[in-house]
Design a protein around this ligand. Structure first.
Ligand code: C2O
Ligand code: CU
Ligand code: CU
Length: 564
């Protein structure tokens, strides 16, 4: 579509000097509201340019996925269908949930399988996201287009006079870039793309009403950071970080946003004339070395046409205001109680190591330890408040992220914690020659076996091994006497639902998988609610196996049942 549009635009230009035809309309992902969410991950294609289509992957669509709307306090149930040709995982970035539901590298979803995690939403109203997290495959699967937004709503946010009409005055923006080869295929090992994609659209434009507009921006890149601002350098307001609203709007003219970070902005278009336009831009020219995307080269492994230049992210055309427009800035938002360094019962350090280019070099990692799926790097005590200090006296900048928690950044060794990062965070910029400390509390979900991740969110770094894992351990001692892990399946044969009872009523089920007679996994049910039974009504008649993992012993028992 673009080449044709561009040609049409050029011809139009020559006659009228209008450049508007070169833009493509911003795509706004559909929303799904729960409490049950059906997601289908599949390989597909997009016509980005004339000629060859680009092979992509999408969730319920061709690139990216639907925006999931969660209400705080609801229990959400996911049916994640992997219709890709490869295994994958799906991680709920920023969500506080049991490790077994987290969708990290351990919760592998084989092709043709349904994974059914569920959890109680306790996160604050904010913008989160979901994406694949299969070890060494995250970059390739995210490059293909897999991912989506999560918007959590809560009563505190709902009580504020903020724009919240999705797609009208409340706009999700996923920023990324891609490098295309001569056949229009994505380069899925490139750190940096040459073409900006905003919600998957090249040269995106949108009409926004003449009033306060809310932008929920996600850096969904592989590596590049964005130093965001508007083309007239106007002041705009940060109202929320990764994990919730701030105490009050913070005026800024630039916001750096690293891979995995989100920011919610309010921008006032009330003074703009209807029919005028303004650009949201990345002011990446002249960013200091170590800011991802500041490298000067325009080609090669760490080069890109978008490196170290200012470029457009979104062309905004100002349109007539909506009914019920928000026309003033709230003076205050929510009242947060943040932890301080003094609250921390324990201090940990992580140091960025290796990664220096050159022959035989070891990829970036923490503490000279490359990620290993079988190694637990840290054990955190349930309900502890901890201060983590990550030090980067290394060769380049990074984007640090930790699962399970939202934290408060308490210090940066360079001096100031940015005014735009004063709220709840789960991801932050770790520049070169800097130490950053944050404080987090690890509540609710202990699991001695299944870990959460911490890692650099730059996908080539993460896939290369710049990741570690921690378990949250509850100090309550596990009873030593062995419980019986046997269980019964009924009715057998089954028609619609099968039920499971355990010989020992204290037994807890950690995981159930249902496998058909040719060994294909049909369902993966983390901590299933056994009293509700398991729906097998859509199974073909035949023999199936139920693989049950006991929570305490992690012992696996297999039973057979017949579907009528
Ligand atoms: Cu956005 Cu470990 O992930
Ligand atoms: Cu995450
Ligand atoms: Cu990194």
């Amino acid at each position: 579509m673009t080449i044709r549009h561009m040609l049409a635009g050029l011809a139009f230009c020559a006659l009228s000097f209008s450049a508007t035809a070169q833009y493509n309309t911003l795509w706004i992902p559909d929303t799904i509201s729960g409490p049950t969410f059906n997601l289908s991950m599949k390989d597909t294609f997009v016509q980005f340019f004339t000629g060859n289509q680009t092979i992509t992957a999408g969730i319920n669509g061709a690139f990216w996925g639907p925006t999931l709307i969660f209400r705080k306090g609801d229990t959400v149930h996911m049916n994640v269908h992997n219709n890709l040709n490869d295994s994958t995982t799906l991680h709920w970035h920023g969500m506080h949930l049991p490790a077994v539901m987290d969708g990290g590298p351990h919760q592998v979803i084989p092709p043709g399988t349904v994974w059914q995690p569920y959890w109680l939403v306790t996160n604050n109203a904010a913008t989160y996201w979901y994406h694949p997290h299969l070890h060494k495959m995250t970059q390739a699967q995210m490059t293909a287009g897999l991912g989506g937004f999560i918007i959590v709503r809560d009563l505190e946010e709902a009580a504020l006079a903020l724009p919240r009409t999705y797609g009208k005055d409340d706009i999700p923006l996923m920023l990324t870039s891609r490098r295309f080869d001569a056949l229009n295929a994505f380069d899925d090992v490139a750190s940096y793309g040459d073409n900006m994609l905003t919600n998957g659209v090249l040269n995106a434009e949108v009409s926004l009403p003449k009033q306060y507009v809310r932008l929920r921006i996600l850096n969904g890149e592989m590596e590049r950071g964005y130093n965001l601002g508007f083309s007239d350098n106007r002041t705009f307001y940060v109202i929320g970080n990764d994990g919730g609203l701030l105490d009050a709007p913070v005026p800024v003219t630039r916001v750096p946003l690293l891979v995995g970070e989100r920011v919610e902005l309010l921008v006032d278009l009330g003074g703009d004339a209807v029919g005028s336009s303004i650009d949201l831009k990345a002011y990446n020219a002249g960013m200091p070395f170590g800011f991802p995307g500041s490298e000067p080269s325009s080609t090669g492994t760490f080069g890109s046409l978008l490196n170290n230049v200012n470029f457009n992210v979104l062309h905004i055309n100002v349109a007539v205001p909506t009914v019920g427009a928000i026309t003033s800035l709230p003076a205050t938002l929510v009242s947060n109680t943040y932890w301080t360094a003094a609250d921390a019962a324990l201090t940990r350090t992580l140091t960025v190591t290796d990664g220096a280019p050159g022959p035989g070099s070891v990829p970036f990692n923490f503490d000279h330890t490359l990620f290993d799926l079988a190694t637990i790097n840290k054990t955190v005590t349930l309900n502890n408040i901890e201060e983590w200090t990550v030090t980067n006296n290394n060769v380049f900048g990074h984007s640090f992220h930790i699962h399970d928690v939202e934290f408060k950044i308490v210090s940066r060794s360079s001096g100031a914690v940015g005014p735009y990062e004063q709220g709840w965070k789960d991801t932050y910029y770790l520049p070169v020659n800097e130490s950053v400390s944050f404080v987090a509390k690890f509540t609710d979900y202990s699991d001695e076996t299944h870990p959460f991740m911490y890692h650099c969110h730059i996908t080539p770094h993460e896939d290369g091994g710049m990741m570690g894992q921690f378990v949250v351990s509850s100090s309550t001692t596990v009873p030593t006497q062995q419980v019986s892990t046997d269980y019964f399946v009924f009715p057998n044969p089954a028609k619609d639902r099968i039920y499971i009872t355990c010989a020992d009523p204290t037994m807890q089920v950690y995981y159930i998988s249902i496998i058909n007679s040719i060994g294909r996994t049909m369902y993966m049910l983390p901590r299933p609610q056994l009293s509700k039974g398991i729906d097998v009504s859509n199974f073909a008649p035949g023999t199936y196996f139920i693989r049950l993992t006991d929570d305490k012993s992690k012992k696996v028992i297999v039973k057979q049942f017949i579907k009528d």
